[in-house]
Design a protein around this ligand. Structure first.
Ligand SMILES: C[S@@+](CC[C@H](N)C(=O)[O-])C[C@H]1O[C@@H](n2cnc3c(N)ncnc32)[C@H](O)[C@@H]1O
Length: 279
């Protein structure tokens, strides 16, 4: 068995070595939306004492840079255009490392409990008899609200806010009926590829084409961009500005409170709205 297999508990005899007396644990840590200053103190402490950290694409490089050189880093993401590891494969690796007696952290972008597939991993770890702790992180919606200064529940505009993923597990568009309109803010995660269908679904639900939308790309990161558009223009705005993941949409009247605070030479102001970068 290689030293890596020994560390991760993934070798031929993985799974059985410490069975019985294993005080095995995995800590799920939320890395936040990108700015390393937004990592919680508890999350930072868990990372400092981890021997193995499993992480994926949404975790900012600056957070990985905080790890000790002695900490073993295991990338379990999905490189662009590939399916990546299955949830079962990831769970198997976590279980192997925990059973090998390692201090294991599973690091996830944002908050692990918001669109983070933590439910599946917690189920698998519990089924394997492994204790799970969760340290929350700042989810992308609240990170984006802070960096854009768009209060999601500004009292002049919204008394409720909904976080929705545009992508259902079966690949279809999530049901957005009743989620946007007067008095409501809708924050859409994972919406880039489904923006056109989202606009159609909102229109079918009686949402006006002129309801404002803020597209927030790379929220809280130095390369953050904010594009102000409308429900009717959403897909075209994404194409015009070549919006890339990670990005989310804030949909609702609260977007009217947005003031571009750091407009730069790169700022683009067009008929359909404005785009600003932070850097
Ligand atoms: C699989 S979900 C993970 C959400 C994460 N657990 C959270 O709480 O933020 C990925 C989606 O989150 C959103 N997202 C994550 N980080 C973001 C960021 N820094 N800026 C904008 N959107 C982000 C995007 O919609 C992205 O497609």
């Amino acid at each position: 068995m290689s030293s890596l297999e020994l560390l991760l508990g993934t070798g031929p005899s993985a799974g059985g070595r410490l069975s019985g007396g294993c005080a095995c644990k995995v800590i799920l840590v939320g890395a936040g939306p990108g700015d390393p200053g937004l990592l919680t103190r508890k999350g930072y402490d868990a990372l400092q004492s981890a021997e193995v950290v499993f992480f994926d694409d949404l975790v900012a490089a600056e957070i990985i840079d905080l790890l000790s050189p002695r900490t073993h880093r295991v990338y379990v993401g999905k490189p662009h255009g590939t399916a990546g590891l299955s949830q079962a494969d990831i769970a198997e690796q976590l279980i192997g490392a925990a059973r090998a007696g390692r201090r294991v952290v599973r690091l996830k972008g944002g908050d692990p409990m918001v669109f983070g597939r933590s439910g599946e991993e917690i189920d698998a770890l519990r089924a394997a008899g492994i204790e799970v702790d969760v340290i929350p992180g700042i989810t992308a919606a609240t990170g984006a609200a802070a960096s854009t200064r768009i209060s999601l529940t500004h009292r002049d505009h919204a008394a409720q806010v909904t976080f929705v993923t545009a992508a259902r597990q079966d690949g279809g568009l999530a049901d957005v009926r009743g989620l946007a309109g007067p008095g409501r803010t809708l924050v859409v995660y994972m919406g880039i590829a489904r923006a056109g269908a989202l606009s159609v679904a909102l229109a079918a639900d009686g949402v006006g084409a002129d309801l404002p939308v803020a597209i927030v790309e790379n929220a809280t990161r130095p390369e953050e961009r904010v594009i102000i558009t409308t429900v009717g223009d959403l897909a075209d705005a994404i194409a015009r500005h070549a919006v890339r993941s990670p990005a989310l949409f804030i949909v609702g009247k609260v977007v009217e409170t947005y003031v571009p605070v750091e407009a730069t030479a790169e700022a683009i102001v067009g008929a359909a709205g404005a785009s600003t970068t932070r850097a």
